[in-house]
Design a protein around this ligand. Structure first.
Ligand code: HPA
Length: 273
C-alpha cells in the first residue's frame, strides 16, 4: 500500500476507535476563529496527540484538535489548529488532516484563513470569498505516487471552489449585512512575510490576497472530490502597500476585531452548506 495512504488509514482507525461520528462538512479554522468550536454543540473532541502518526502543530495560539459536533443540526468536523508547511512538515503531512476529514465522511469543506490584501480596493477587516487560487509557488501536495484510493493522477482544477457554495457564502453575507469581496488567493510558503517586490509579482499574477495556507488543502480535497469553499479574512495590507512594517500582532489584532462577524458568517454558511 502507498506509504501516505497507509499513514492515513492508521490515523483513520485511530479516530474511529474513539468515535463513529459521521460529519457532513469539514471546517478548517484560521486566525480569529480559533475559539469557534467552543460555541457549537460538541459531541467529541480528539486531540491531535491522540491520533497515531498525526502531524502536530507548533504555532502559538493554535489549538491542535478535531472537534466533532453540530452547527444548527449540521454534523461537522472542525479542525481547530491547522498544520502549516512553514512548520517544516512535508506537504503530504500538511494536507493529511484535510484528507482524513474527507475519509471520515465529510464531502464538503469550508476553508478559512487570514491573509494580506494585495488588491488596492481591500482594507483590513474585509472578508473575501476565495473564487480561485494560485499555488504554483508551493510544492503541490499531490507530488509523489498517486493515491488511487483518493483520486486520479491528474485531477481537474478548473473549478476548485464550488460555484454553488460560493452562492451560499454570498447569500449568508448578504443576510447578515456583512460586506464580501471576491478574489484570488495566492499561497506562498512563509514564514517570512513577503517583500514588496513579491507582492507586486503576486498582483501581476492576478492575486487579490496572499497567505500561507489553504490552497494546498483545497488541492488535496479537490483531488478526493470534496466540494470546497473558502473565506479569507484580510487582516492587513500586504507588504509595501503601506509605509509600515507587517507584524503577526497586527494580523491577530484584526482577526480578533472581526471574529464575531466571521463566526456568524461561518455559522450561516454551514447551515446552508
Ligand atoms: N502575508 C502572508 N500571510 C499572511 C498575511 C500577509 O500579509 N497576513 C495574514 N497572513
Amino acid at each position: 500500500m502507498n506509504e501516505i495512504y497507509q499513514k492515513l488509514t492508521t490515523c483513520l482507525e485511530s479516530v474511529r476507535a474513539k468515535t463513529d461520528f459521521q460529519p457532513e462538512a469539514a471546517l478548517i479554522l484560521g486566525s480569529g476563529l480559533g475559539d469557534y468550536a467552543d460555541g457549537i454543540q460538541v459531541e467529541t473532541v480528539i486531540d491531535y496527540h491522540e491520533i497515531e502518526g498525526f502531524p502536530v502543530s507548533t504555532v502559538l495560539g493554535h489549538k491542535g484538535r478535531f472537534v466533532f459536533g453540530y452547527v444548527e443540526q449540521v454534523p461537522v468536523v472542525i479542525m481547530q489548529g491547522r498544520v502549516h508547511y512553514y512548520e517544516g512538515y512535508p506537504m503530504t503531512d500538511v494536507v493529511l488532516p484535510t484528507r482524513l476529514m474527507g475519509m471520515l465522511g465529510a464531502r464538503k469543506l469550508l476553508l478559512t484563513n487570514a491573509s494580506g490584501g494585495i488588491n488596492f480596493d481591500y482594507k483590513p477587516g474585509d472578508f473575501m470569498l476565495i473564487t480561485d487560487h494560485i499555488a504554483t509557488a508551493i510544492p503541490n501536495p499531490l507530488i509523489g505516487a498517486n493515491i488511487e484510493e483518493l483520486g486520479v493522477r491528474f485531477p481537474d482544477m478548473s473549478q476548485i471552489y464550488s460555484k454553488r457554495m460560493g452562492d451560499v457564502v454570498r447569500e449568508a453575507a448578504k443576510k447578515l449585512g456583512i460586506g464580501l469581496k471576491e478574489g484570488i488567493y495566492v499561497q506562498l510558503t512563509g514564514p517570512s512575510y513577503e517583500s514588496p517586490a513579491e507582492i507586486r509579482m503576486c498582483r501581476g499574477w492576478g492575486g487579490d490576497a496572499v497567505g500561507m495556507s489553504t490552497a494546498c488543502e483545497a488541492i488535496a480535497a479537490r483531488h478526493m472530490g470534496m466540494e470546497i469553499c473558502g473565506i479569507s479574512c484580510v487582516t492587513n495590507m500586504a507588504a509595501g502597500m503601506l509605509d509600515k512594517p507587517l507584524s503577526h500582532a497586527e494580523v491577530q489584532e484584526t482577526a480578533d476585531r472581526v471574529s464575531v462577524q466571521f463566526k456568524a458568517l461561518v455559522t450561516e454558511v454551514i447551515q446552508h452548506i
